[in-house]
Design a protein around this ligand. Structure first.
Ligand code: PMP
Length: 428
């Protein structure tokens, strides 16, 4: 059993009043709070260990380098990567996805261009073959966060390629038949959310990865919403890439990761250029460093990486199955209690879902509802949650979203639901 009271003691930020009411923090899908151990780890780094890494021969630099590389190994073990060099530290999910979209852009164009020089430009019947750039297709789903949509969209649009989109049903479940059909259209990359940050749907990524692999297509999994809540095993999933943000898993802001299978990371070109990522440099030519440094140009956020390691260790000390169970109970209780509100419409009703609930209430703007319950101490998120196409799909301006973390309690769910009920009465 999780001892929630003990856990909460590690999160001083939760123990405060806002507008004279105890804070009920239910905006964990946006960012989680940080335990003392994480804050202290980052602070200690700056107090006693701060140094630039990899370059110095002196004591502090070596110590900081060792600590940073130890953090990489800890993250690799946490998601069961085969090797530490398969973990690239980034600023977070958004940067990881931009890295991949940019790197794939260069990789795919050079592959397609080399085909252009070797293939005949004319088909056997003398007609010009399909322009190679129109083969630049990327497949995403209709429930992606903008971070897993815009980088790919911009990438294909720069080359007159195409973004293919897997549709979903009214409950927020992806249509796998359509997915299979779209795979046959020859996307070069598939990039899918593990868990939707709006709907809470847990997508069947393992099955989707196996399907994509039958067509030889690599798969990126956006794990921003899954890594803090469910054990992740990248080898079991067999994903080619897995991206995540530290700040959504009890770690500091400004750090996150990109896991990639070594054979893919070896093939892809670097994303940013500068110090650290090079091997030799002359005015004529530069050769690049080995993995993972090839993808880590410049001075990294060492303090935050150490904080991320501590956050991982914090999670590893807990029974993750118990965490899943606790968060699922919070969700079930919230759904049950909200259900008696007149005119409530849940957005996202998949059978397999994770710890968040999104809803609207007839005749009430989500923003108004969020503002009123904030005054009662309840922090939820309102709006489109950086997923405008999801709002368009459901024909709504936004939702109210409550998202749970391991430190939330049943009492908080009660306070939240009562606040929503009260606000709905006031607004009608
Ligand atoms: N993808 C998903 C599913 C998300 O929920 C988020 C954050 N809301 C992101 C990507 C972007 O994460 P970050 O802002 O930490 O880069």
């Amino acid at each position: 059993m999780l001892n929630i009271n003990e856990i909460r003691k590690q999160f001083p930020v939760l123990d405060q009043q806002v507008y004279g009411k105890p804070l009920v923090y239910l905006d964990n899908a946006a960012t989680t709070q940080k335990p003392l151990c994480v804050i202290e780890r980052e602070r200690d780094y700056y107090l006693y260990e701060n140094c630039n890494i990899h370059r110095g021969v002196h004591y502090l630099s070596q110590k900081a380098t060792e600590a940073y590389e130890h953090a990489r190994q800890t993250v690799a073990d946490f998601i069961h990567a085969k090797e530490a060099r398969e973990i690239i530290f980034t600023r977070g999910t958004t940067e990881s996805l931009n890295l991949l979209a940019t790197s794939f852009e260069h990789f795919l164009l050079s592959t397609l261009n080399s085909q252009l020089t070797t293939d005949s430009k004319l088909s056997t019947d003398g007609e010009p073959v399909e322009p190679l750039n129109s083969q630049l297709k990327v497949l995403v789903t209709s429930m992606e966060h903008h971070s897993n949509l815009v980088p790919w969209q911009q990438m294909v649009q720069r080359h007159h390629g195409q973004l293919l989109v897997v549709p979903m049903d009214d409950k927020g479940v992806l249509d796998l038949e359509q997915f299979e059909k779209l795979l046959k259209e020859g996307p070069k990359v598939v990039s899918i959310a593990h868990i939707s940050n709006v709907l809470g749907t847990i997508n069947p990524v393992k099955e989707m990865i196996a399907m994509a692999h039958q067509y030889g297509i690599p798969v990126v999994v956006d794990g921003a919403q899954s890594i803090a809540h469910h054990p992740i095993d990248v080898q079991d999933l067999d994903c080619d890439f897995f991206v995540f943000s530290g700040h959504k898993m009890y770690a500091p802001m400004g750090i996150g990761g990109l896991y990639g299978k070594a054979e893919w990371l070896e093939k892809l070109p670097p994303y940013q250029f500068g110090g650290e990522m090079v091997d030799t440099v002359s005015f004529e030519k530069t050769t690049f460093n080995v993995l993972p440094y090839k993808f880590e140009a410049g001075t990294p956020n060492v303090g935050a990486a150490l904080g991320l390691e501590t956050a991982v260790q914090f999670l590893q000390k807990l029974d993750r199955k118990e965490v899943e169970k606790h968060e699922s109970q919070l969700l079930q209780s919230a759904i049950e209690k909200l259900s008696d509100i007149d005119g409530i419409r849940f957005i996202g009703e998949a059978e397999h879902r994770s710890g968040l609930v999104s809803f609207i209430i007839d005749g009430i703007h989500p923003y108004d509802l969020g503002t009123i319950i904030d005054k009662m101490g309840v922090a939820v998120r309102t709006g489109h949650h950086c997923a405008e196409p999801v709002m368009t799909r459901f024909g709504i301006p936004g939702t109210v979203r409550a998202s749970f973390a391991l430190y939330n309690t049943m009492e908080e769910v009660e306070v939240f639901v009562n606040a929503v009920k009260k606000a709905a009465m006031m607004l009608r």
